[in-house]
Design a protein around this ligand. Structure first.
Ligand SMILES: NC(=O)c1ccc[n+]([C@@H]2O[C@H](COP(=O)([O-])OP(=O)(O)OC[C@H]3O[C@@H](n4cnc5c(N)ncnc54)[C@H](OP(=O)(O)O)[C@@H]3O)[C@@H](O)[C@H]2O)c1
Length: 320
């Protein structure tokens, strides 16, 4: 059986571990987090069950990632570390180390691909390594598969609601909340990233549309995306739009080589207007104005972990 490590053991990492224990597709030989390296020396399933129960209070070493990668014979790494869009680190270094050590990757983290898709995927392809990233966009709904299926088509426009947190804030404002009260509420529900700017300033939605564009074959990085902050909101406009049969949504869009994230009015009956809860929606206008729309759940951790398992099936099928 292929040998795997988990890099990151938070909400998604631990849920993924629970799902992997139910399968016999890979053997988990270690877990790396900011606390250190947790190494299995016995039956991997019993060890991992114990680690899930007692993390982080479990025997571990202070080993560096490069030592772990050199010391162990690892086939594949599951990456579930937090994003780092400002300078990309340590995420970019982690991806580069994995690839230079000839380790296949399945990731839920968007950092590497939103900053450096071309180099990372080229490096993986050159070395015949698998780089699975279904979980990075609309985790749980196969948005990247739809994008792959549209490669080579004339992509006239994309419009998408790709960040559930900002979408929920807007729905609360529609109900009469102020922006500040709505933000407090999403923080109370644990829906916002530890650094709220990632949602509110549009980094998360920008990273996702960039991954979709690159999957379609349109080269782009998160630095090409014009981001309008949700803070620019006028609460009255949000409520007035509904009276006009419209809705204001926080939309990631692509049109004529311009990519942006910002507030946009959409028709009340459109699929983009209707998306709510943890659902996301992406709409592609292709060729002779044909429209292809995909709506579905984006998270939480269990859906994200399951999207990573779908990547694992692809990894096995392709016989890497
Ligand atoms: N939650 C979702 O539904 C969802 C959906 C799609 C994508 N994602 C993405 O999935 C990733 C994980 O999300 P999460 O909710 O599981 O985050 P989380 O609960 O904050 O867990 C992050 C984990 O990464 C570890 N970590 C942080 N920096 C690290 C480093 N440099 N090296 C090794 N480990 C490191 C943390 O270590 P400690 O335990 O020591 O703190 C923690 O175990 C994020 O990139 C997120 O954007 C999440």
């Amino acid at each position: 059986m292929k040998k795997a490590i988990l890099i990151g053991f938070g909400n998604v990492g631990r849920t993924l571990a629970e799902e992997l224990i139910k399968l016999d597709m890979v053997e988990i030989i270690g877990v790396i987090t900011t606390k250190g390296f947790f190494k299995n020396n016995s039956n991997w399933k019993s060890w991992l069950k114990e680690l899930i129960k007692s993390y982080p209070n479990y025997k571990h070493e202070e080993s560096l990632l490069e030592d772990v990668l050199k010391e162990l014979d690892i086939d594949i790494a599951f990456v579930t570390i937090p994003p780092s869009y400002y300078n990309g680190e340590p995420n970019l270094t982690i991806y580069n180390k994995l690839l230079s050590n000839r380790i296949n990757i399945i990731t839920a983290d968007k950092t590497g691909l939103s900053l450096n898709y071309e180099n990372l995927i080229n490096e993986a392809n050159k070395n015949r390594l698998f780089f699975g990233y279904r979980a990075t966009v609309m985790a749980g709904t196969p948005a990247t598969d739809v994008a792959k299926g549209l490669k080579g088509r004339n992509i006239k426009e994309i419009k998408a609601v790709l960040n559930a947190t900002t979408n929920y804030i807007l729905s609360l404002i529609e109900k009469g909340y102020t922006f500040e009260k709505a933000l407090e509420e999403v923080k109370r529900l644990g829906l916002v990233e530890p650094d709220p700017k990632i949602d509110i300033e549009g980094f998360d939605a920008a990273a996702k549309i960039v991954i979709i564009l690159n999957t379609l074959g349109i080269k782009s990085t998160i630095n090409d995306v014009k981001r309008e902050s949700l803070l620019s909101i006028d609460e009255k406009d949000i409520r007035n739009a509904i009276e006009k049969g419209r809705k204001i949504k926080y939309i990631a869009s692509y049109n004529k080589n311009k990519t942006k994230v910002g507030l946009e009015e959409v028709d009340y009956e459109s699929p983009l207007a209707k998306v709510s809860g943890n659902y996301n929606c992406i709409s592609f206008v292709i060729d002779e104005d044909n429209i292809i729309t995909l709506t579905g759940p984006a998270g939480p951790a269990l859906n994200t972990a399951r999207a990573m398992i779908t990547d694992l099936y692809e990894f096995h099928e392709k016989n890497y």
